[in-house]
Design a protein around this ligand. Structure first.
Ligand SMILES: Cc1ncc(COP(=O)(O)O)c(C=O)c1O
Length: 366
């Protein structure tokens, strides 16, 4: 993003396929509500677990979206899912515990775990398991394993865990006493099948979700968790002491987001179009080893036939063509020097133009 900004500062047009945030604003009703609240409300603190109307609306979302019943008291409003991760890791694990997650994966898992003195343990995943962890892969990890983090759809691959796999994983975790943490932040952004919540199979799993992606509200810093009964008080104490309450304006306005499915699904339709363009065009640009882009707004490409230095490759691509994309190194420290991620939540025009540029640039290289 920094390199892309530098190119823009030089007056160049940049095609943004690097950022993992929607290019659209928050839903219209959220903006209207925020403006009203801003004028009328004194915006004081709220209770630490979040305001009841929002928690109730989130509970209803589970009924509408997944046909599962979640009690309002088990829902905690957080400061983005990132705030939720910190609360969840602190509550679930002790210093020195070992928590596994699939690599390539979202880098903040390992960074937050490390900062809290918990040992991040990566499982190298590949196309055989759709880049997702499985009980067989976890079995190969040295014991003890205290936690497992899954994300479906995942960042950077976009791959998903289906119902049967989620049930298997969650049964495995329950049998082994492993705490399952399910990052469901890309739910709603899927292209073939709806995503399954781990809550369907385990009431002990910790579910993280957010308004950032599907609801197009990254900067509002609003998310939620579903937690078991015996976590409510500890989480309330931690939240109260860390930040007193989630952002008040965002909580009130965010409640209106659940009245905006139609507008939001319009964004998902655009992502679907963008995805189709890239999936059609990237192979003819020589990028044909792609992770199955089941959901989210990412395509993860194996570029081992083109480079051993994805960072240099992406920098040169940006300078030569104006196409900004993300090197895989942060998502997979050991193999990411041969991968890159394209984000397709931007403008459709950018996808068409980027595909053209990639074809000609890679064509000249090979
Ligand atoms: C997989 C995944 N989880 C969590 C987050 C954090 O999102 P937020 O804190 O905005 O909810 C991101 C952001 O890119 C992500 O890709």
């Amino acid at each position: 993003m920094q390199s892309a900004a530098e190119q823009e500062a030089l007056g160049r047009e940049v095609l943004h396929l690097e950022v993992g945030q929607p290019s659209t604003p928050a839903p219209e009703k959220v903006l209207q509500t925020a403006k009203k609240v801003f004028d009328q409300d004194k915006l004081g603190y709220t209770v630490a677990l979040g305001i009841d109307p929002l928690r109730e609306r989130i509970a209803r979302h589970y009924q509408d979206f997944y046909n599962i019943c979640v009690s309002t008291q088990n829902i905690v409003v957080t400061s983005g899912s990132t705030g939720g991760f910190i609360l969840a890791f602190l509550t679930a694990f002790n210093e020195g515990d070992r928590v596994v997650y699939g690599s390539p994966g979202y880098p903040c898992y390992r960074n937050i775990l490390t900062a809290l003195g918990i040992e991040p343990v990566e499982i190298l995943t590949g196309p055989e398991t759709r880049f997702q962890p499985t009980p067989e892969l976890i079995e190969q990890i040295e014991e003890p394993v205290d936690g497992l983090i899954v994300a479906s759809p995942a960042n950077p691959t976009g791959t998903m865990i289906d119902n049967t796999e989620m049930e298997t994983l969650s049964n495995y975790c329950q049998t082994k006493g492993i705490r399952l943490i399910s990052d469901e932040i890309y739910h709603g952004i899927t292209y073939q099948h709806p995503a399954v919540s781990a809550y369907r199979y385990s009431k002990d799993a910790i579910i993280l979700n957010s308004f950032s992606k599907y609801f197009s509200m990254t900067g509002w810093r609003l998310g939620w968790m579903i937690i078991p009964d015996n976590w409510i008080r500890p989480i309330e104490c931690l939240a109260q002491n860390f930040y007193i309450s989630p952002h008040t304006l965002s909580q009130i306005a965010g409640t209106a987001a659940f009245d905006c499915y139609e507008e939001i699904n319009g964004h998902v339709a655009r992502y679907a179009k963008n995805r189709e363009i890239l999936l059609n065009e990237l192979p003819s640009a020589g990028l044909d080893k792609l992770a199955p882009a089941d959901g989210a707004f990412y395509i993860y490409a194996d570029i081992s036939h083109l480079t051993d230095d994805s960072t240099g490759f992406c920098s040169q691509l940006l300078v030569d063509t104006g196409v900004a994309a993300t090197p895989g190194i942060d998502f997979d420290p050991s193999r990411g020097h041969q991968t890159m991620r394209f984000s397709f939540c931007g403008k459709t025009h950018d996808m068409i133009e980027a595909a053209k540029q990639l074809k000609s640039w890679i064509g000249q290289k090979t």
